[in-house]
Each structure stands twice: as C-alpha cells, then as structure tokens.
Write a protein that binds this ligand. Sequence first.
Ligand code: BGC
Length: 707
Amino acid sequence: MLQRGMLRPRAHAPSLLLASVVTVATLTACAPKVTTPEPDLIAQQVDAWMAEMTLEEKVAQMHGTGVLAVDGLYLTATNERLGIPGFAMSDGPRGLTATTSTTFPVPMARGASFDPDLERAVGEVIGAEAHAYGANVLLTPCVNLLNHPSWGRAQETYGEDPALLSRMGVAHVDGAQQSIAASVKHLALNNIELSRFDVNVNASPRLLHEVYLPAFRAVVREAQVASVMTAYNSANGAYCSENAPLLTEILRDQWGFEGFVESDWIWGTHNTVPAVTAGLDVEMPYPQIYGDPLIAAVEEGDVAVEVIDASVRRILTVKASFAMDDPAPRDPSVIESPAHAAVALRAARESLVLLRNEPAAGATAPVLPLNDTVTRVAVVGALADTDNLGDTGSSASYPSTVITPLEGIETMAQARGVTVDALATDTLDATAQTTVANADVAVVVVGLTAEDEGEYIPLFPGGADREDLNLSAEHVALIEQVRAVQPRVVVLVEGGSAVVMDPWITDVPAAMMIWYPGQSGGTAVAEALWGDLNPSGKLPLSIPTDGGQLPLFDNVSTDITYSDLHGYWHLEAVGATPRFAFGHGVSYTTFALENLSAPASTDADATTVSLTVDVTNTGDREGAEVVQVYGGAPDSAWTRPLRRLLGFTRVELAPGATTTAEVVLDVDMLRHWDETLGQLVLEDVPYTLEVGTASDDLPLQAPLIVE
Ligand code: BGC
C-alpha cells in the first residue's frame, strides 16, 4: 500500500523493477522540474482549502468547464477566491496536442524499441513541453492492451504483451511526471473503436488481473501516476465511469491509488449517483452528470457530503503535490528545442524493425545496407513524400517540420553522391517503370494512413478500426509492379499496427516496419538503409500470414466476452506460425547468447527475479539486441499461454564485444489471480524460463521452482 503523501512527482526515482538495469534519462538540461512540496505541507494546503470551501465550490472542482478546448487545453475551474488552480489538460501520446510540438514516432513504434529508458526520455519531453505550454495534466499514456491488431487506436498503445506495456507505461509516467501530472488511460478493456461508446466487455477476474490490468497496476504502484481516465465502454456489466469494482475495489483498495479518476470525454459519463459513489472524481470535459445534478443529489441526500469531500481531497492533493498553483512563468522556448528534436530522432532510430533482409536474386549479400555499388536509387510510392505521422484524432501532434522518407533519402544520397529518382506516386507508367528497372535498388513506401486506422469520433473524418489487416490492393499492385522490373526491392511499411505482408513478402529481399515514425522518420530511415544506423527494433505485436490466423475482431456487438488468449499467445496455442513473431526483428550484425545464469528457485512472494546472460556481437558491425525472457508452466492447473514475456533488456555492442546482460523478470507475469483469496498467487509448479531474441527464437532454457 502506498503511504499518504507518496503521490508525488517522481524526481529521479527510477521504477522499482528496472532500478538495477536502467540509467535515468539524461535529458535534464531542458525539462522543467516540479519542486515537490513536503507531504506535510501538501496535507496542510489541502486542509486549508477544504476548510473554506462551500459545497458549490467543491463540486466546481469536479468537472470540466467546456466541451471545447481553450487554446488546445481542456480546463476545470480555477477557484479565484481561494487561489485553487484549475486543471489544464492536453493529450499527447506522440507529442503535445495542444500546440505545434516535438512529434515522436507513435507509441506502438516506441514499443518496438523495447527501451524503457528511451520511453522515459520521451515522456520527459512531452511532459516538459506540456508544462511549458501551460498544461498541468497530460492525458497519457494509453496502456490498453492490443488484443487485436484491427483496433483503430493500436498506434496509441505499446503492443500486445502486458510486460512490455507495463515497462513502457511506467517509464513514460516516470518521465512525464518530472514536470506534470499524467493521466493513464483508459481503464479498462478499451480495445475497440466502433462500438466503444456502447459495448459491454466481459472479462473474467483472471483475464483482468493477469492480462488487461497489469500495465495499469504497474503505472499506479511503481510510477504513482496522478490520474486515471476511465474508458467509454462498460466492463462486466457496468459503465467504466461508474464501475465500483474497477474504480474502488481494484484501483484504490487493492493497488493503493491516491490520485483522481477522470472520465473520458463527452460520451463517457451516464449517471450521477453511481458515478460519484463508484469513485469518479472529475467529469470531463463539461458537466453533464456533475455540476448542478451532483449538487442536487447531495441536497436530496442521495450522495453523502463525505463522498464529495473524499473526491475533492484527491483532486486538491494532486494540485498541491504538483505545485499547480506555482505562479512562476512557463518557458515556451523548450517546445521543439534541439534537445527535444534529438530525442525524437533517437526514438525514430530505435523504432525501426528490419523484418527481412535477404540477398536479391543472383546476389550473395543481403540487399541492405546499401553499399558503394549503389549509385542510383528509385524511391517509389505516394507515402514516400507524405507527412504520415499517424491518427488525426485526440493523439494528433504536429511539428514545425517533418522529414519524409524521400527527403531523408535525398539528403543522404546527396552526401554520398547517389542519384535519387523520386517516383512519389502509387501508379507507375511505362516511363516510371523503366526508371525503376534502371536503378540499382528500389525503395517502395507503402502502408496505412489516418484514413485507414484511428480513433472513432462521431462526425469526424478519419479511419476507425481496420476492416482487415491487408495492405490496400493498390499498394500490393505497386510492390508487384516494382518487383516485376527490379529484383533489389526494399519495402518500407508505415502504419500503427500489424499489416499482413503475404504473399508478396517472400518475393522481395528486404522489408522494414517504419510505423508512423514522427518528425525525423525520414532521417532515421535513410541512416538505416545505408547502414549508418543498424536497426534494432523488435515487433511489439505479431504479424500473421493472414488475418484468419487471429480470433475474430467483433466491433459491432454490444456485449462481448474476451477470450483467454490473443496475439502470440493465441497463435502458439493453435499452432499457427505467423509471418513475423512477437519480438522479431533482424539486424545487420549477429548476436550469440550463452552462459545463462538464472536462479533455480524463487520465493513465492518475490516481486522480481533477475537472471544474466552473456551476449556477444558476433558480426562486424555495431548493433543493439533485445534479450527477451519468456516463462511458461507446462504442469499448471490453469489455462495459460505456452509462454509469456517476463522481462527484457536492450544492449548495445561493438563488433566482437561481449556483455553480461541482466534481465529483471516481473514475477507477477507468472502468477494467476485467485478469486477466493482476491490476490495474485504463484502456483507451486515448475516453471520454464526461455531466453532469446524473439518469441520464436529462444535457444536457452532454465527451470525455476517456487521455494
Ligand atoms: C479519447 C481520450 C482523449 C480525450 C480527450 C477521448 O475521445 O478517448 O483518449 O484523451 O478524448 O481528447
């Protein structure tokens, strides 16, 4: 349980699980830091405010002030009489939404970095820019699990595995809360767009605690997130905004959450008394069920004053903890600073996932990286020269400048004396086809845009859930047209989720997932093509050979029940081999893992166990590898995935170098939820630890028993 007063900005406090392996982000030069008041002072401040407030003033703290954002910020009321600041909230999963800002690769791309240290730096930048702009609450991160890649908002989360989601969510909040309160979203079971306002999602207690809630739990317990946003949908029969099991029993009683709960926007609230008694503190963005209806409910005796007081105390405690009344002027010059741009470039570099890199027909060396024999490159596809940053819904963020893939390639080519034939179109006429044939290599950029996937907002243009996982027929035809005249083809795929690449993938020598790579994506892509950068990203999701390998994605029913297995857990259980497995990503160098040293046993109450393994860069280029550790329990009495991710560590190695990588394993990922005991329990059976560099490439094993 957290102690009162622990709800504070996290000045230089790395997360519990990663404390031993992660260095704190080195971005201190540009991020403003919240000066955290002492716990006693916070309590005194809150007591003083509470003592003076009327019922109307208290209730005014509990809702937003307008349906529209003001200068990009959603506001709650300032109490001028008592000097209580209002909240000023902004979105920002890929960068601050409220204004022109540093724009990162989308969270799914950052999930591919498997680098919480990077995500901490990203959170720190977005939080610093939000604070500099005048916000005091950042509406990130989204840690809803990707249970199907068709979800329109896949790009806003970090992937399909709870352990990955947990580490990235904790890191993001650690970074953001250096400057500002973060609001993790959307609690819970929000994994569909089209039916999101209407659907009731049924999930067993085991599914909740073992699969869909662990990332929220980690962000609450390890990062002490200041706020939680509820989901639009219902969970197990009750709207999430009035769901007492979620908001009180689990969030507050079990996890010790001390911050405030806010609703999702406009369509997220329904009934006054159930919401306030379940623990919804703030209705956003304007009062529909709070405000006058809430005052009336108190006056009529339907809601006790103590319930209001408890909510308002939680709100005021966050305000005091984050010194939101600090009158010091903000410094907007940090927004889009060169230091922040450097983090966006680092994120773009680490996000790239080289899916495949084979020799072209008749050659012996893989087609990438491009070498000095390449003097002419054809760059094909309309997306090659499109600022394709991701969804245009609430996660939209726009920078002052974007480097498209074509621009990045042109800059790099110029420096190397290489000629670029720019064919930024999706249809090639005969002349263009001859140009492609005459080039030494063709780089084809295809994929998705905000018209194909994104947040579903009624009356707003843009895509929602995907209809299927395929590339458009036009893009498949473009690849085939290029391939017909040019054997040396590199396909760059943009998008925020899985894209089916069969059957064309086996016919092209190289393909790289570049996601929505943010403002510097083109630079990173060009570096990777010529080998100045060695791609190191790993898939945070599975790419099936066909959408039919995955369970049905139902985004129309209003009552659905989640199944036990999804993503790679499902694929492994049914014996389906995906095109690219969870955790997959190749490199221009090779790595060998040996000397696994794992503990033989774990304490039944342990939070973490650590193992070490020697990683050697056996190739001739510098590179980074992600050591991944999975766990399974073949003799378990419970239905479980064959293996699930327990922990991971990214290491960077010079050619020939060896390092001993330490991987901290989250033991909760092995536990099952015991509904009778109301807690996670480590079953007393033998466990198998598997260590490698992808979920389908795990050469080392070690047993683990419970003491
Ligand atoms: C989204 C939230 C977002 C909010 C405010 C909602 O529609 O679901 O993720 O934070 O709008 O923009």
